[in-house]
Design a protein. Structure first.
Length: 306
């Protein structure tokens, strides 16, 4: 499976799909993941380029294209939450998630990557990150905040978990009718769903749902002391359909591989030739850093760009 790159790196600098793809092609990428900040017109441009054989989309990230009436600069995968207790919001999330699946179908049955919502609590992950950055991970303040976060989430998760099971059931049925595989991604913020144990519950309910691993997110949770990065892979690599590859330094993720501290060789026992491998570095990563990352990861995983 060729090494791909997410358009999240350069999408904000372009207003059409031709220029977006052209920049990525310039330094070797012909396989892509379409990110969650693309307009309908940009997605259509990419579709036409794929029809011409100039590019291949391996995965699309919900919501793709962005929901109607939403500005690109505020578009996020959880702009509408699939686990929301508000029925109106949830229906919007399902509507635009189905449209992502439609996009995946048009693009020769690309994989659709989803976030599965959040628990309705105040997220204090950034407070823990600030303390971590100040060298206070072992402090009483850090420990107390972390303990309270865990307790509050445990109290309030149940209705959200029940709702996300319902939402995923709807989306899986829709996706099966179109021959699309769905991958759900491990998350960055503590209030986001699913946690490690919630993945197990979800997978017990849906045998045809896949795991999408995000390197930086898993490492953040290890750095903050919630779990070990490889816990995800030991438990769910048999379900893993794809992976977001980006580096992390402390709590700063989405760095180009080789600019942070993560040891990517740890992933080797869990990688398969068919695993979709996507570099998901964000700006201000430079084109030179992206090139170096691609060369390193291509050699490591024995994958080419085309």
């Amino acid at each position: 499976m060729p090494l791909a790159i997410s358009t999240s790196w350069n999408a904000s600098f372009h207003n059409n799909g031709k220029d977006l793809v052209g920049e990525l092609e310039h330094f070797g990428f012909k396989t892509l993941e379409l990110s969650f900040n693309l307009t309908c017109d940009m997605v259509e441009d990419v579709f036409l380029l794929q029809q011409q054989g100039l590019v291949k989309v391996l995965s699309v990230h919900n919501f793709c294209p962005i929901p109607d009436g939403v500005e690109r600069k505020v578009a996020l995968p959880d702009y509408y939450s699939l686990s929301s207790l508000d029925k109106a919001e949830r229906e919007k999330a399902l509507f635009f998630a189905r449209r992502t699946i439609d996009t995946a179908e048009r693009l020769d049955k690309a994989i659709a990557v989803f976030h599965t919502g959040k628990v309705d609590i105040q997220d204090k992950t950034k407070i823990l990150i600030r303390l971590y950055d100040d060298g206070k991970r072992d402090s009483k303040e850090f420990t107390t905040i972390k303990k309270l976060m865990i307790e509050e989430r445990q109290v309030k998760i149940r209705p959200h978990l029940e709702i996300i099971l319902g939402s995923l059931g709807v989306l899986l049925q829709y996706a099966k009718g179109k021959g699309i595989k769905l991958g759900i991604e491990n998350r960055y913020y503590f209030r986001e769903i699913p946690s490690l144990e919630e993945f197990a519950i979800i997978f017990d309910n849906f045998k045809d749902l896949y795991y999408w691993h995000d390197v930086g997110h898993a490492q953040l949770w290890e750095n903050l002391g919630f779990l070990n990065h490889l816990d995800y892979l030991h438990r769910f690599s048999n379900r893993m359909i794809g992976i977001h590859l980006h580096d992390i330094k402390g709590a700063e993720d989405h760095l180009p591989p080789l600019r942070g501290d993560f040891d990517f060789t740890k992933l080797l026992p869990f990688m398969k030739p068919e695993t979709v491998k996507v570099i998901e570095a964000h700006y201000p990563a430079t084109s030179e850093e992206i090139k170096n990352s691609a060369e390193y990861l291509g050699n490591l995983f024995k994958e080419e760009l085309v």
